[in-house]
Design a protein around this ligand. Structure first.
Ligand code: NCD
Length: 298
């Protein structure tokens, strides 16, 4: 494994290897990355992804340098290209976690970088989130095959849903429902990839039935900054918001996930529901990123 750029680069056995390592690292600290430096180069806002990468690095004995607002505070504001910035930062660090708004940015960075690039969310994908999402499913549902997942809300402009769907295409017997308004449907490219992987998918606007049928419900953010047409955002921002009453109709043992941040898509009184696992999901981010850093530069 040289770079982590897309969820499609993983097969089942590489995922299992990452998860096995993650299981051994949970809640622990070691010195295996002592003397190594992680650079977090973030051209878009982040709380969980950046801080969990940084926490993971410190827990492995490594150190961190960070440009947390690289869009405004790095030389990007002076007009430096991403490629030039990466060519510089790769001399300062042993691994780079990059967040960038453009699709393909992580692949461009990998093309010039002398050190591993971790795609921490670009305009296309968010593969490390997909891994921690699947890790959450494996831990909280107890299996990663033979289940039904319902993705809800903003499926058109949402990298985590896209990457998780692609990753799940590697597993057996996963069926998917996509619940969204017509303006926010899952893109054709992702659906085609899923069909090629023989995943059974259905698209619906009927959230009630899709929630009742699911083993996993994956809620998303109606992201104001990613939806190009603000009229669409205004019209749909609360359309699939989940109340406690809706969540109470989920099957026994089913789990409700959200990569977070939420901005009203899940009412706070859902937090105490046994179905709600989104805070645990965020916590697993540290464990899974510890495993990824160990495998890349350990
Ligand atoms: C997501 C992202 O940035 O893609 N958050 C995350 O990484 N946990 C989702 C979002 O911002 O809504």
């Amino acid at each position: 494994m040289q770079h982590i750029l897309t969820a499609s680069q993983f097969d089942r056995s590489s995922v299992e290897e990452i998860f096995k390592l993650a299981d051994t690292l949970e809640g622990k600290r070691n010195e295996s990355l002592k003397g190594k430096i992680l650079a977090t180069l973030f051209y878009e806002p982040s709380t969980r992804t950046r801080l969990s990468f940084e926490s993971a690095m410190y827990r492995l004995g490594g150190e961190v340098i960070s440009s947390e607002n690289a869009r405004d505070n790095s030389s990007a504001i002076k007009g430096e290209t991403l490629e030039d910035t990466v060519r510089i930062v790769d001399d300062y660090a042993d691994v780079i976690a990059l967040r960038h708004p453009e699709a393909g940015a992580a692949t461009r960075a990998a093309g010039v970088s002398a050190v591993p690039i971790l795609n921490a969310g670009d305009g296309g994908e968010h593969p490390t989130q997909a891994l921690l999402d699947l890790y959450t499913i494996r831990r909280e549902l107890g299996k990663a095959d033979d289940f039904h997942i319902t993705f809800v809300g903003n499926l058109a402009y949402y990298r985590t849903a896209r990457s998780l769907a692609l990753l799940l295409g590697r597993y057996q017997g996963v069926t998917m429902s996509f619940v969204s308004a017509p303006e926010l449907k899952m893109n054709e490219g992702t659906k085609r990839a899923l069909q090629e992987a023989r995943v059974a998918i259905d698209e619906t606007e009927d959230i009630e039935s899709a929630m009742k049928a699911a083993d996993v419900v994956y809620q998303t953010r109606i992201a104001k900054e990613w939806i190009p047409d603000q009229a669409v955002y205004e019209k749909l921002k609360t359309k699939y918001a989940m109340t406690r009453e809706m969540v109470d109709t989920m099957k026994k043992g089913a789990i409700l996930m959200h990569p977070l941040p939420r901005v009203g898509e899940i009412s706070p009184d859902v937090d105490s529901s046994p179905h709600a696992v989104y805070f645990k999901q965020a916590a697993y981010g540290v464990t899974v990123r510890m495993a990824l850093l160990t495998m890349l530069i350990g």
